[in-house]
Design a protein. Structure first.
Length: 192
């Protein structure tokens, strides 16, 4: 509850957020924070761990109905992944912008933390979640759901860096190119 209340505040104020402000957002007394955490740094470390954890986005992927058409499933997945990347960037960026230059959160290494397991485990969890969304259409796919999931993640991570100009693809456009390719008749909206 404390970390959930602190996340948007850390994204907005970075390391300058006060424990009093976090307590008010959580609807608790400030002393309650220090029953759960040793100090503010420990709260900030917990926020970073929560922001980078794939658990939330994996649950969102699992909640997408397999009865939806494949294009809709992948668009929902892309939107969930975009939100995850934005949340992660806002928290880590907010801390960095306010002078907090610590590397990984203190405490157990990411490999030892339950629910996280490091980058490889995070990437594997995302790939598995996407592959599950593709599985109902396995027979129609040119590659395995696992391979398509890896390609899709690569496209998403390179294409979701934030809008620079009107040439940047939307999630729906990324899904369209993944499913239908780049060859075909030019659409009126795509003419230069």
């Amino acid at each position: 509850m404390i970390v959930a209340a602190a996340l948007p505040l850390v994204a907005e104020y970075g390391a300058a957020v006060t424990t009093g402000r976090i307590a008010r957002a959580a609807g608790i007394g400030e002393a309650t924070i220090f029953r759960a955490f040793k100090d503010k740094d420990e709260v900030l470390d917990a926020c970073v761990r929560e922001a980078i954890s794939p658990d939330h986005v994996v649950r969102e992927l699992a909640s997408i109905s397999l009865d939806e058409p494949l294009e809709e499933r992948l668009t929902q997945a892309a939107d969930a992944l975009r939100a995850h990347l934005e949340r992660m960037g806002a928290v880590v960026g907010g801390l960095h912008a306010t002078g907090r230059r610590r590397g990984r959160p203190s405490g157990p290494s990411a490999e030892e933390q339950p629910g996280e397991g490091g980058r490889e485990a995070s990437a594997r969890a995302l790939l598995e979640g996407l592959a599950e969304l593709l599985e109902p259409d396995r027979a129609a796919l040119r590659h395995s759901p696992e391979k398509i999931a890896a390609i899709f993640l690569g496209m998403l991570f390179s294409g979701l860096r934030g809008p620079v100009d009107d040439r940047d693809p939307t999630t729906a456009e990324l899904v369209d190119v993944l499913l239908n390719g780049a060859l075909g008749p030019r659409r009126e909206s795509d003419t230069p």
